[in-house]
Design a protein around this ligand. Sequence first.
Ligand code: DQA
Length: 164
Amino acid sequence: MKIVVIQGPNLNMLGVREQNIYGPMKLDDVHAQMEEYAKQNGVEIEFFQSNLEGEIVDRIQECLGDADGIIINPAAYTHTSIAIRDAIAAVQIPTVEVHLSNIHQREEFRQTSLIAPVCAGQIVGFGPFSYHLAMISIVQIMREIAAMKEAQAGQQAQAALQGN
Ligand code: DQA
C-alpha cells in the first residue's frame, strides 16, 4: 500500500513563515515523522511539494494506478483551485485534506475549501499533528478498502468454483 503526500505553495517555508500561525517545525521534520508512522504500519510513502498549481495537478494524476491514498495540504489553492479539485475527483483515490491551522477560524476567504467535497475527510487546526491524524485516517481507509477487495475476490473465486 502506498500513500502520496502532496504539499502546496509556501509549505516549503514551514518553520520560517508566520511561526505564530504555523509553528516552528520544518516540512522535512513533519515528513520524517510521517515516514516513521508509515514504516511502523508497513506502508510506502512518497512526498511532493510544489508552489505551482499545474505541477500539483500533474502529481495527482500520476497517482493513478500507483497510490492507494493521498494526503494533501493544498495551502492557498484550497480556497481557489477547481483544477486541483477536479484532479482529485478524476483519480478517485481516497484523499485526506490537511491544514495546520484551523481555516474555519481564520479570515473569511480561508473558510471555504473547494477541495473538501471530493475528499474522504478534512483535518484542520492541530499544527503538525494534523498530518499524524491524516496518516491514521488514510491508513485506516486503505485497510478497509483492501479488506473489502479481498472479500470480493474471495466471493468471486468461490462463485467460479461453484460454476456460477
Ligand atoms: C494552510 C491554510 C491556508 O489557508 C494557507 O494558505 C496555507 C496553509 C494550513 O495548513 O493551515 O498556506 O493550508
